[in-house]
Design a protein around this ligand. Sequence first.
Ligand SMILES: Cc1cc2nc3c(=O)[nH]c(=O)nc-3n(C[C@H](O)[C@H](O)[C@H](O)COP(=O)(O)O)c2cc1C
Length: 189
Amino acid sequence: MNIVVLNSSPRKDGTITHILKGITSGIAKEYNIEWINLYDYSIKPCTACMKCRPDDECILPEDGGQIIGRKIRDADGLIIGTPTHWGNMSALLKSLFDRNMTAFIGEKTNGMPFPRQKGKPAIIVTACTAPWPFNFITTQSRGAASAVHRILHSDGYKLLGKIIKPGTNKKPQIPQSLLNKAKVLGGKL
Ligand SMILES: Cc1cc2nc3c(=O)[nH]c(=O)nc-3n(C[C@H](O)[C@H](O)[C@H](O)COP(=O)(O)O)c2cc1C
């Protein structure tokens, strides 16, 4: 099993990074884990040319968009961490998804989309400064997690679970109980 861990936080020592490490600590030793720090890559925005539909891959000059898209497309499972930015996923993660529409969702000849990642396991991690219950009520971390989930669902991924850490401004420490939950989730892959 090849698992991609996609850290889409610009902070390499932030909350998302630590929770992702918690998840990987629970993954079976024989699995191959590829950790990707998304913000190490340059990803140009999608130009909405729609050429990826007939061509099956983005036609823009090669950058992190195609490189990471192929890694995710070929992996057996995906763990995505995103900070909550404006009640949504981080900007570069959205660009990555935009640039890889057909890697995840194909199109049948009758124009109907189909999920290309059907049945592959996925985990979503997010964090935000809004404290509980405002992170949920005002769709802060809830907005980020559900935006990522919507895309993964369209791709056919099977969501094993979500880990959410609210209130990171006033309570930056990650409770051991949350790290334990992350480890258990990693073991389900
Ligand atoms: C551009 C930007 C937008 C943000 N938007 C929100 C937001 O909408 N709601 C919120 O509660 N926190 C927001 N935050 C705070 C981050 O979600 C929070 O600091 C989170 O813990 C970052 O996780 P990280 O340290 O792993 O990157 C924002 C931070 C940045 C930099």
